[in-house]
Design a protein around this ligand. Structure first.
Ligand SMILES: [Zn+2]
Length: 87
């Protein structure tokens, strides 16, 4: 793109003119800034999904733990378990 100040040609991704150092307008640079932002959004979504998966894993662990406790209770005192169930 051309520098708005000195009209020298700069690369599309340049934020400042290489010749005079003037700030280049970013509106005409095309996909670069928005694609970077998209990448950031994707990473946020991925980390959110991973967080959700961690929650599911923790739930599964807890359920498994409850199940083990349940089995222990039944094995140790089946009659008491049946009485509790009847109540
Ligand atoms: Zn310039």
């Amino acid at each position: 793109m051309n520098c708005p100040s000195c009209q020298s040609v700069n690369t599309e991704n340049a934020k400042f003119c290489g010749k005079c150092g003037a700030k280049l307008q970013e509106s005409n640079t095309g996909a670069s800034p928005s694609s970077v932002e998209q990448q950031v959004n994707v990473e946020r979504e991925v980390s959110a999904v991973q967080h959700e998966q961690n929650i599911q894993v923790e739930k599964a662990k807890k359920l498994a733990g409850n199940y083990v406790e349940f089995c222990k209770e039944v094995m140790i005192s089946p009659q008491r378990f049946l009485q509790n169930k009847a109540l």
